[in-house]
Design a protein. Structure first.
Length: 728
């Protein structure tokens, strides 16, 4: 049976070796210094800049990346995906998120090692990543069927994925525990637009929290947790601002379409078709400034952290401009082909790339404004001199671990120093990753500051952040009752606090750092097996086998044996005797053959041991004997024994439209969307799948195989071979 994976972790990005290129002469224009001028004998249309402008990267049509910084003066990093690079997101420290829409793959590239995992998401259309690059969100636009959204970590493990049910994904934004998706119509059978456009918000388990429906396609979306807003721009030129509950705060049709939110959440920048660039106050819609830039930038906007500085590009004509507080301070244009650019978060540096169509090469440039005033306050940028930083004084003063309610589980930290402690970019981790292997670190909100003598409580459960209480956002326990360790890392990744905790004391009021006894530190000799459902293969069709993968954790120091049972409707449908080594985890797969149903059903399944249990909701689809299901007719050369693919699922390199037996481009017959980030030349980016038979419950996790899923071929994206993802 084919596993119904929407996303798949796979091979490494790196192919081989490195080649260096030289930098050319610099120039200046009105006080702006040109710090880079170079060419590369391959077309390209993507570039990215780090927060402080100290790293500039370029992506090319042959799938490779070029890096410029203090150590790498035009270093070319060859990667294994031989397709045009569509996205480059520079994250700290020295990580670039690379995407190839034509190959339906993306992944984080470590610039120090030149390597990284590769993740497949068939029908890939847009990506986003957290500021530290540890989590990446992606959406798909398969045209003639529904799309999907998913999140993967920087190790290549898919944390969750969900089908959008009645729409395709046009844009995506991720901010800590939230993922916002801009959705659009899709063209069923290539004729009529169908589906429900709008905005949807998901939590870190993949559950859809709410949706805001709209008549027209939504083209752009962003989130500010500090201001607790979701911002969207629509195809009919409307700007919509919602709160985190999905309620409208304000909206206007005076500006819209493509909108960009500054990272501090204060400013929304829009580019009008009449050549007007506008900056709006995010909470009220009040105009901060407007200027006529003489071009329509559409999606090609880059905004500084504070929203004061904006880089715009007219991609088709290679026209570029930088605007500071409404005033144009720099312009450049090329007449040899299309171009694109990017702005550093601090506003000091920007890069451009232009494809010379006649010479079939790329023209690379980067500029710096020494007088830039925008602050680089990105949460992951260490902007202060380490030698002048005040020593950190942070202590664990209270905690509660007992019980099953995550709302009652918490730790409390205190700033015992004499200076305010900016916790932007800081994170909290536990010792073992128990009870679940996919627990993400707790990231402090951007701009969160702990005053001298003040406490902050981090609750495991869900809620609204306040000045003294923050929420991790999980619906299950994070800390190990038998003994765990709190690790607190600063924005540079330096360990600032390590403190042992254990439920034996129930509440560690004014606990001393690291002074718990060895038994609490190393686990108890007596313990139990805790269970968490890691994933299922749902939804499945009636009569197919439903598989449930459970993650068993042994919190004791000695080996534990128990019987693991899968319970459906009060009946044990499968069981296994499992032995787990001390202080270890183990994945166990249970399953049963589902019964025939006359209509689609959703129900709860439970996995239990003698001491613990976990439940999740799964869906089983009714089969259509009349052939009127969403499945497309099989190709003549299709093996009748093969299972149908996922929506948007296709073999690497299989980019023909399945409705066209000759593999011809039907773009003249069907309205095609505009690519928000990739090259205009990417014609085969979002080809459709063979079927659309899976419509996941949006509240359901649907991870691929255990520990990150099945590996894809090292030739992923080259289109040389087709490949099936078989179930275990």
């Amino acid at each position: 049976m084919r596993r119904r994976d929407l996303m798949e972790a796979g091979a490494s990005l790196l192919a081989v070796g490195v080649t260096a290129r030289g930098r050319h002469a610099v120039a200046s224009q009105d006080g702006v210094e040109q710090i880079l001028e170079d060419t590369h004998d391959e077309p390209g249309l993507t570039t990215g800049v780090s927060t402080l402008g100290d790293i500039v990267v370029y992506g090319f049509d042959d799938g490779n990346v070029m890096v410029y910084d203090d150590e790498r003066d035009g270093q070319l990093i060859p990667l294994i995906v031989d397709r045009s690079i569509s996205h480059l997101l520079v994250r700290e420290p020295e990580t670039v998120i690379v995407a190839w829409m034509d190959a339906d793959v993306f992944g984080p590239l470590d610039l120090e090692t030149g390597d990284g995992p590769l993740i497949e998401h068939p029908g890939l259309w847009d990506i986003d990543a957290t500021s530290d690059g540890t989590a990446m969100a992606s959406v798909t636009y398969p045209h003639d069927t529904v799309g999907s959204v998913g999140v993967a970590d920087d190790e290549g493990t898919v944390l969750w994925s969900s089908v959008l049910e009645d729409a395709v994904g046009y844009a995506v934004a991720i901010a800590e525990e939230y993922v916002a998706v801009a959705t659009a119509h899709y063209w069923e059978e290539g004729t009529e637009p169908t589906g429900q456009p709008g905005v949807r918000l998901f939590d870190d388990s993949g559950a859809e929290l709410w949706r805001y429906d709209y008549d027209e396609d939504v083209l752009s979306v962003d989130i500010s947790l500090e201001h607790e807003i979701v911002v969207a721009g629509t195809d009919d030129g409307r700007t919509i601002v919602l709160d985190l509950e999905g309620n409208p705060i304000w909206e206007t049709d005076d500006y819209g379409g493509w909108v960009e939110l500054s990272r501090d959440g204060e400013t929304i920048v829009t580019s009008g078709a009449d050549g007007t660039l506008s900056a709006l106050e995010s909470m009220t819609g009040e105009v901060r400034w407007e200027t006529d830039i003489g071009m329509w930038a559409a999606a090609d906007l880059s905004v500084s952290y504070d929203g004061m500085r904006v880089f715009v590009a007219n991609r088709s004509d290679s026209e570029f401009a930088v605007i500071d507080d409404g005033e144009i301070i720099w312009t450049e244009s090329q007449d040899v082909g299309p171009g694109w650019g990017a702005l550093a978060s601090d506003g000091s540096t920007w890069s451009t790339i232009v494809t010379d169509l006649e010479a079939e090469r790329s023209l690379l440039a980067a500029y710096r404004d020494p007088e830039a005033t925008a602050e680089a306050t990105n949460g992951d940028a260490a902007t202060e001199d380490p030698e002048t930083e005040t020593p950190v004084s942070l202590e664990l003063v209270d905690y509660s671990l007992l019980g099953d309610d995550p709302q009652e589980e918490y730790i409390t930290l205190r700033n015992t120093g004499e200076q305010p402690l900016d916790l932007t970019g800081w994170r909290i981790e536990d010792e073992h990753g128990i009870p679940a292997s996919n627990i993400s670190p707790f990231d402090f909100p951007s701009g969160f500051t702990l005053e001298p003598g003040a406490d902050v409580t981090i609750v495991t459960g869900q809620g609204t952040n306040t000045a003294d209480t923050l929420y991790w956002g999980y619906q299950r326990q994070v800390w190990n009752e038998e003994g765990d360790t709190v690790f607190v890392f600063d924005s540079a990744g330096t360990l600032q606090l390590e403190s042992s905790i254990a439920a034996a004391t129930e509440n560690g009021s004014e606990a001393e750092n690291g002074n718990e006894n060895d038994e609490a530190n190393n686990g108890s000799p007596d313990g139990e097996l805790t269970v968490v459902i890691d994933q299922t293969n749902a939804p499945v069709e009636a009569g197919e086998q439903l598989l449930v993968v459970a993650n068993l954790a042994n919190n004791a120091t000695t080996e534990q044996t128990d019987t693991l049972e899968l319970v459906v409707g009060g009946e044990v449908v499968d069981s296994q005797s499992v032995t787990v080594a001390g202080e270890a985890t183990q994945l166990v797969e249970l399953g049963y053959t589902t019964y025939p149903v006359e209509q689609d059903v959703s129900f709860e399944v439970t996995v239990r041991t003698s001491d613990d249990s976990a439940s999740t909701t799964v869906s089983v689809f009714a089969t259509d004997d009349n052939g009127d299901d969403e499945l497309e007719p099989e190709d003549e050369d299709t093996d009748p024994n093969d299972e149908p693919d996922e929506p948007g699922d296709q073999d690497e390199g299989d980019t023909e439209d399945p409705s066209d037996s000759n593999g011809q481009d039907d773009s003249d017959d069907t309205e095609e969307p505009t690519d928000p980030n990739g090259s205009d030349e990417q014609e085969d980016t979002d080809e459709s799948s063979d079927s659309a038979d899976d419509s996941d419950d949006p509240d359901e996790e649907s991870d691929p195989g255990p520990e990150g899923g099945e590996e894809s071929s090292a030739d992923a994206g080259n289109g040389d071979e087709t490949e099936e993802n078989n179930s275990e």
